[in-house]
Design a protein around this ligand. Structure first.
Ligand SMILES: [Zn+2]
Ligand SMILES: [Zn+2]
Length: 305
């Protein structure tokens, strides 16, 4: 059994290079794997290790001047979903390419999961904006949330026009763990949304699911950027599947990468199509894999935030 940690903190870090070295040392010593990004404005991590190593890491962070009060999202996994350790300095700890367009001090208001759940229960007049990518929405999302118009978060700034239709509404945005909503809500405010009516779900889907996973309003599974691909949210028999096989359209929530390495497309694929196409995403890729076509084909989709 392994434990995984998803976390972030928006905080001024004066010497990020030093912090990168420090985190590398600690993680190597503890055998922790995964990805940690450290920048001038904060830290963002998705890591895993044994129960003991994760406990020690948390203890270290909780008593650290910069990192105390982190809202940890911890999960148990039956395998370690990270092949290696990467600790990097990043100009932006979440890739938005909007740092010059936003004011970090003008963000949306946080709404805690209990208040948010109450709003959903009483049918509050609000628009649920999914701040993740379209392929994440495709496999699981809050009921009645808006399908995001982008496949990459960095494209959000060029697609803000899509959201103009909701400018007069109360909007609540959410993402996996809350971090993407921090710059996104600032972008919405910069785009003319009223900061008094712009909310972001504190702790994201993960925090909500810890308490309301089995009887809440999240349907389907939560996409993860690691080898797990998706996390179940509702673990009871009442769980619904919202994803659809990209090949045959039947309900399915298994994400796969096309077996043809040059394609590597990330797609939802059912077991039947997976077997029939020999692990490929399409008959075109299947033909190449089976050696029936030339290898020079255009390809797209890679998985990234
Ligand atoms: Zn299928
Ligand atoms: Zn393919």
């Amino acid at each position: 059994m392994y434990h995984t940690l998803l976390y972030y903190k928006i905080v001024n870090i004066k010497n990020p290079a030093k912090e990168v070295e420090m985190h590398k040392e600690i993680c190597v010593a503890l055998g922790i794997k995964g990805r940690i990004l450290i920048g001038d404005y904060g830290i963002n991590g998705n890591i895993g290790g044994t129960k003991e190593s994760i406990e020690l890491y948390r203890a270290y962070m909780d008593q650290h001047r910069l990192y105390k009060d982190i809202d940890w999202k911890e999960h148990i996994a039956d395998f370690l979903p990270f092949p290696k350790l990467r600790v990097r300095y990043r100009d932006e700890i979440i890739t938005t390419e909007i740092k010059d367009h936003i004011d970090w001090t003008k963000r949306g208001k946080h709404v805690d999961r209990d208040t948010f759940h109450q709003w959903l229960l009483r049918g509050e007049d609000m628009v649920l904006i999914d701040m993740r990518n379209d392929y994440e929405w495709a496999v699981g999302r809050f009921k009645n949330s808006i399908n995001p118009p982008v496949s990459y978060f960095r494209d959000l700034k060029d697609n803000m026009g899509f959201y103009d239709q909701f400018k007069d509404k109360k909007v609540v945005m959410y993402c996996t763990g809350g971090i993407r909503c921090e710059p996104a809500s600032a972008l919405f405010v910069a785009h003319g949304f009223d900061p008094k009516r712009t909310y972001q779900l504190e702790g994201g889907i993960v925090k909500y699911a810890e308490k309301y996973g089995n009887e809440g309003f999240f349907e389907g599974k939560c996409f993860t950027f690691d080898d797990r691909m998706v996390l179940p949210i509702n673990t009871t028999d009442s769980a619904v599947v919202v994803g659809k096989c990209a090949v045959c359209d039947t309900l399915c929530d298994t994400y796969r990468n096309c077996v043809y390495k040059e394609c590597n497309a990330l797609f939802i694929g059912c077991d039947t199509c997976h077997t029939r196409l020999h692990g490929a995403c399409s008959t075109a890729c299947e033909a190449i894999v089976l050696g029936n076509a030339d290898m020079k084909r255009p390809f797209a989709h890679q998985m990234s935030v």
